[in-house]
Every structure is written in structure tokens, then in C-alpha cells.
Write a protein that binds this ligand. Structure first.
Ligand SMILES: Cc1cc2nc3c(=O)[nH]c(=O)nc-3n(C[C@H](O)[C@H](O)[C@H](O)COP(=O)(O)O)c2cc1C
Length: 439
């Protein structure tokens, strides 16, 4: 059987710092670049395309976390995913600087009506020539609900709303028939109204009586991404997603997850195994020698501010970790927040006890993702192992210092993967969907 080729995504945020806390102060971070300016994003896009990535994955949250000590002080103070600018604004900047790279944008359904969401995503799909993906989220953080002046809906309720949200989105995206546009200048008829269907939706949570305002886009609808990991989350992903993101600290957890997802796909949703790409989080620290890579890794860890680390954990897991003793064992704690990511620290030491203080430092470095530290060959070995043994179709590569970490990956690791037949040497599709769903 042909070896699987890796799908690569660059995991980043439209902010001063992404998922490795404290990186903004690393001496190699953003040398000569400003994250809030277009040139940085153009360069980032070109770099990922040079490394033959499928897409850039722009993560997001809608407001600074406020769970830690009931405040967002520590979040703002230590630049814990803060400041973070609106993610969809940079999509056309990235796609007009590149030819093939897709962009996946995280947009929450919690406070936006499906009508405007669909219009925005269809517009982005046009502007990118069919290279946009939507990471569907429903706002797990209390801070987001506070910012919009709403009482937080619990997990089950969020997934109920999300189901109806998607149903309405599909109605809108599918409402223009392929030959609806006539554009006959002689008669002056642009579109056949009989083929542009009015969507009449009267649901429990949403109402909509309108025609979708955008002409059919190159992909018809964005590529759908999802990262829910609770039972409901996995079902939602198995039903709707084309790529699923998960963080697992070791290959046994990856294997279990792949088995579970494939089982849900085939037995519940009548979708073939492999129709959804399983993309696992991975952080890489590459250098010409192992010693140099270890040195780099140590420096990355030195940049993590302990209070910021704890505040980030509090934000993602919806619990104020300042109230716990640093020696408390995380396995004894239940969290209301992102369970899938909490599991990554529960199993960080193969299931052995992990203290709150240790968990904060592990988490702050890259959300509990496995870290591949070494030469390009070491890193490629680890990626091959996760693909062959853990069921990974690809990797969400978490940023450390930027854009340097992606430049290093493109210069050192991508060529090594290509030499092994584990990475494309050209893009074969013209849309993100074609590239991402290819083998
Ligand atoms: C790898 C990964 C990345 C995620 N990125 C985001 C994000 O950028 N923004 C967001 O609001 N939620 C993000 N989430 C949260 C999930 O999409 C989901 O909303 C959350 O896990 C709650 O659903 P669950 O209880 O089913 O896990 C991420 C989750 C994972 C596992």
C-alpha cells in the first residue's frame, strides 16, 4: 500500500502570541515583523506554501479569558492569546499572496446569525478562489458570553443550537442551482429566480426567510473543520467535518481516537473510513543537530510566565486554577471547559499523576501537544510513526516563535518528508478541498 502523505497545517492566531505562551518575548520572534500588518501575513502564507502546507489554521476566541481570579488581568499582562485580532480579516491578504495555500478560519456560531456567517464565508471562498475552510466553534469560554452580554449556554445546549445552525447554513449554500446564473446581456436577465431558491427556515433557535445573497462560490461551501472532543463533539465532527483536529500526547491515545472516530463515521453517519482527515497537534523544534535543538527547546520553555500559564489553563478549562494548590493532582479535578485538551495533560505522563503546576507549564507550551525536538530526520521519523501507528492523516503544527518556526520547518523538515515520499512535491488540486482530501 502507498505510504500516506502528511497534510500540514500551520496553527496560529491573528495576535501577538499564539499557542506557546511567552513566545512574543523570544529573541527570534517577529524579527522585523508586526503581527497586525499585512506584510507579516503575506510572508507567513508564502512560507507555508513553500513548505507545501495544505493551509494555515487561524484559531480564535472572541474575548480575553476571565476565569483566572475572576479577571482577565493575567491574560492581558502576560499576552496569553491576547491581544487577538479578528481572524477573517486576514484571509484575503493571505490568499492573495499565495496560489495554493488554504486558510481555515475559526468563527464562532454563538453570537452570529447563520445568514451573515454564510454570506461572509461564501465571499471569502470567492476571494480565495476556493481555498477557505471554516473551523466551526460555538464558544466554550465564559469570557465570550460575558463580552456579548449573554448567559453561557452549557455544552449540550450549544451542540443542539449548532446542529440547527449547520442545517440552515447548508440550506443557504445549496440554494442556488448550478445553472442559475444566465448573464444574458441581450435580454438583460442575470439570474433565473426559479433557480435561486428562497430559504424558509422556522426552527427552534433560528428563523430565516431570504435568498442567499452570494453567487455559488468555487467550493460551494467552505471546507468544514471541527475540533470538538466530548461525546457530542465527536458525533458532531463525524457527521459534519471534513477534517478533525485533536491533541493527543502519545500514539496510544491517537490510535484510540482514530478508532473511535472511524467507528462513528461508518456506523452512525454512513461515511467511509478516511473521508474525514484526522489532524493531530504537533509542535516541532528543529535544528541541524540534536544538541542545538534541545538548547532551542530549553529556551522556548524559559519564556513561559508561570502565572500566565495558569491563567491560560483556567481560561481553556473554565476553572480558576489559582484556587488549587500547585501540588494538587489534575487527575482528581473535573473541568467544565475543553475536555479533549484537558485529556492531553491527564495523559501527558502516560496517565501517571500530573500536578497543577506541572500541567500549567506543559499546557502553556503548546496545549499538551507532543513535541518533536531534533534534526529534520528525527522529526520526520516521529511524524511517520504517528501516521503509521496513530492514524494521523496530518498535523497541525503549533507555532513557537514566528515566522521563524515555519521558515525552519519549510527549509529543513518539508524536504526531508518529501525525500521519504511523505509530503507532496506539488499541489495537485485547485481548491483547498481537493488538496486536503487527496491522499
Ligand atoms: C486542537 C483544538 C483546537 C481548538 N481551537 C479552538 C479555537 O481556536 N477556538 C475555539 O473557540 N475553540 C477551539 N477549540 C475548542 C473546540 O472546537 C470545541 O468547541 C471545544 O472543544 C468544546 O467542545 P467539546 O466539549 O466537544 O470538546 C479547539 C479544540 C481543540 C481540541
Amino acid at each position: 500500500m502507498a505510504k500516506k502523505k502528511a497534510h500540514l497545517l500551520g496553527f496560529i492566531q491573528h495576535g501577538v502570541n499564539s499557542h506557546a505562551t511567552g513566545m512574543w518575548r523570544h529573541e527570534r520572534d517577529k524579527i522585523g515583523w508586526n503581527f497586525a500588518r499585512p506584510e507579516y501575513w503575506q510572508h507567513m502564507g508564502r512560507t507555508m506554501e513553500r513548505g507545501f502546507f495544505d493551509a494555515m489554521f487561524i484559531a480564535d476566541e472572541l474575548a480575553p479569558y476571565n476565569t483566572h481570579e475572576d479577571s482577565s488581568d493575567a491574560i492581558v499582562k502576560w499576552a496569553v492569546q491576547s491581544p487577538t485580532h479578528e481572524p477573517s480579516t486576514i484571509v484575503p491578504i493571505i490568499t492573495s499572496a499565495t496560489k495554493h495555500l488554504g486558510v481555515g478560519v475559526t468563527l464562532s456560531t454563538a453570537f452570529e446569525h447563520p445568514y451573515s456567517m454564510c454570506r461572509r464565508l461564501s465571499s471569502l471562498d470567492h476571494l480565495s478562489n476556493g481555498r477557505v475552510a471554516w473551523n466551526v466553534v460555538s464558544s466554550y469560554s465564559k469570557s465570550e458570553w460575558d463580552a456579548y452580554g449573554h448567559t453561557m449556554t452549557e455544552r449540550g445546549g450549544r451542540y443542539d443550537r449548532l446542529e440547527e445552525y449547520m442545517e440552515l447554513c447548508y440550506k443557504l449554500w445549496d440554494s442556488w442551482e448550478p445553472d442559475a446564473i444566465i448573464a444574458d446581456k441581450a435580454s438583460g436577465i442575470y439570474a433565473d429566480p426559479a433557480k435561486v431558491h428562497v430559504v424558509n427556515h422556522e426552527g427552534t433557535f433560528y428563523k430565516c426567510h431570504a435568498r442567499h445573497f452570494c453567487a455559488p462560490s468555487p467550493q460551494g461551501r467552505p471546507v468544514l473543520w471541527q475540533a470538538g472532543s466530548s461525546d457530542r463533539g465527536r458525533d458532531f465532527a463525524a457527521k459534519h467535518a471534513e477534517a478533525i483536529f485533536a491533541v493527543h500526547p502519545n500514539v496510544d491515545r491517537m490510535k484510540q481516537y482514530a478508532g473511535d472516530l472511524n467507528e462513528r463515521l461508518t456506523s452512525k453517519y454512513d461515511r467511509p473510513e478516511g473521508s474525514v482527515k484526522l489532524i493531530y497537534g504537533l509542535q516541532t523544534v528543529v535544528a541541524d543537530t540534536r544538541a542545538e535543538a534541545e538548547e532551542k527547546y530549553a529556551r522556548i520553555k524559559e519564556c513561559i510566565p508561570p502565572e500566565g500559564a495558569l491563567a491560560w489553563m483556567s481560561g481553556h478549562f473554565g476553572l480558576d486554577f489559582s484556587k488549587f494548590s500547585p501540588d494538587e493532582i489534575v487527575q482528581n479535578i473535573e473541568v467544565p471547559g475543553i475536555q479533549g485538551l484537558f485529556d492531553s495533560i491527564i495523559y501527558a505522563k502516560g496517565g501517571a499523576p500530573v500536578t497543577v503546576a506541572e500541567a500549567a507549564m506543559i499546557y502553556a507550551q503548546g496545549m499538551g501537544m507532543p513535541v518533536a525536538v531534533g534534526t529534520a530526520k528525527d522529526i520526520a521519523d516521529q511524524m511517520e510513526f504517528y501516521m503509521d501507528e496513530g492514524g494521523a492523516d496530518g498535523f497541525m503544527l503549533a507555532a513557537t516563535y514566528t515566522p521563524g518556526c515555519f521558515e525552519e520547518f519549510a527549509d529543513l523538515v518539508s524536504p526531508e518528508l518529501q525525500r521519504r515520499g511523505r509530503l507532496r512535491d506539488r499541489y495537485t488540486g485547485s481548491t483547498l478541498r481537493e488538496n486536503l482530501l487527496s491522499n
